[in-house]
Design a protein around this ligand. Sequence first.
Ligand code: GLA
Length: 698
Amino acid sequence: MPEALQLNVGSTTLAVSAGSGMPTIVHYGGRLDGFDSRALDRPVPRGTLDAPPALGLLAEHGSGFGGRPGLVGSRPDGSAWSPRFAPAGAPEVTADTLRFDLVDAVAGLRLELSLTLGETEALVIRTALVNTGDDAYQLQRLAPSIALPADAAELLTFGGRWCQEFRPERSPFAGTTVIENRRGRTSHDRVPALFAGVDGFGEHVGRVWGLQLAWSGNHELAAELLPDGRRHLQAGELLAPGEVVLAPGERYRAPELVVATGEGLTPVSQVFHRHQRTVHRPVGPRKVLLNTWEAVYFDHDLATLSELASVAAEVGVERFVLDDGWFGYRRDDEAGLGDWWVSPEVWPDGLHPLIKHVHEVGLDFGLWVEPEMVSPNSDLYRAHPDWALTTDGYEPVMGRQQLVLDCGREAVRQYLYDQLDALLIEYPIAYLKWDMNRDLVQGSGADGRAGAHGHVLGLYDLLDNLRAAHPEVEIESCASGGARADLGILARTDRVWTSDCNDALERQRIQHGFSLLFPPELMGAHLGPPAAHTTGRHQPLGFRLATALFGHLGIEWNLLETDRDERRAIAEAIEVHKRLRPLLHDGDVVRVDSPDPSVLIHGVVAPDRSRAVMAYVLLEPPRATTPTVMTFAGLDPEARYRVDVHNGFGAMVDFGRSRPAWMDGPLELSGAQLMASGLQPPVIHPESVLLIELHTVG
Ligand code: GLA
């Protein structure tokens, strides 16, 4: 094995051996300057091929690799199905990037691979395939591999469903685990992300590797253990047969793969968050918003909504978002999608009177849209039934009584651009909630091929063009809650609607899973009504507030139905959120493993470690009569911290007689002690949160 090319940044080293064939990752983990890959030359086991095939960055069946190939495709006559690439020249090496150009002259293909390990320590892998042959090349998979060492023994994947997004699931790294998403959008249940780690890895123990695919459509993720003990993670777009056919000279770019490694899950999340903070445009302090959906649903009325805006302003809200129901003949969810003009029936003077009032009480204005959709009962569908992604000869598969428009078509994109552009020109709209409320299945594009790939690219193009024309407008990505949260959409939107579930108990878990991948400022988190609309469960106001506090805060509750005490508590929480917002939305997220599964410990530490805010969340009655200790992470062990307990928001914590003496303060502890032995919480009720703020002293 030749000596390796290396990128060393911070605590991470990537070493890639690149000889006469496919480059191969030989070390990706803790920093090892001067890594010499000769030490890892592999023997030829008995009963196998004469030369052990490499587990390359693109696993090649053509070189004898017997596992999942990274490239699947062929020419119309069936040839070129098993390519074997060779370098087209020397790799290009810069301070943070390794670039490889490889060719297979027999198959008529060129492969372009680049690996960038930047300051954030995120490894970004870009892969493209060019058809250099004389006829078409039908592609079905282009998915790079991250080879991992033999101690990667466990996987963390994501499951879930509508209202239970981002559910981490642990399983052994054994055999072949394949996760396929065929929903045409990122999905509630198959997040394009995957973690592997050493046996028993936790938040701060054990080497962990994580990957995220920057794609908002179908995807496939794999973790494969080979009989010779090698293992790899693989991720790429899931392509239907015939969905991507490269004409001679044409190029397919695989979605970017963003990879991170660290000692424990928390450091890996921090790398992902840092990376995204470099990708995202700054939008200033994230405005606290009120969204009208669970307040009024489709019942739009100027007087009520104006009053709602006034009360929202009184409690400190900064943005008013008018949800579904304002356009076309959209009086319920059975009609109107596609007709993006303000309903004259409901809004005879347009949205102007409402927006004027919203501005007068000091808020800015946001609007809900679902541009990629069309209701069969709409003017748009009556005019252009062929614009929907359906398949000729079959009854369309319906979802929420609607169809998906083929954004792969120029005419569709132009129509949507014109409609949205006109709205953004006519009205002072600061924020769009961009929704996508059904799976995209069984849809063919204009050429009869599967349409998901073209749709996603068209959507990206539409968003990019709108953002270029209206750079001041923030965009939220929603898909029946969190079914479109991924690095692809987040490169062109400003936050995610995390879940339709505002039940704080469910939310704690959903947000916990979300935080593995994305930073808090991208996490839409709303205070819902006392009885959660999606579960019917009741939770105390303090618990609901302390849950929403940690994201991009919003309210989704008819404030006109609240009493004075509730409004006072909401106002106090909004004030606390605004004070903590710079820390929450710029700091390092930490999670701490709790020995009691009924307890979640999470928070945010300032990058200079001078401040932190941490939550001790009791989800259900604890295992022991005395609550398990709250330990901290990410602090400066040498520094001393003042410990302040936040007991606000009304009935957040019921200390009773159990109030420990330390709570009467003042208490100053070293970071080392807080992290090693922690604080003993009082006895608190389930569904409450103990909020601790830390500041360095001296
Ligand atoms: C989806 C969204 C909700 C709301 C409704 C409106 O379900 O997730 O937040 O906007 O659509 O129809």
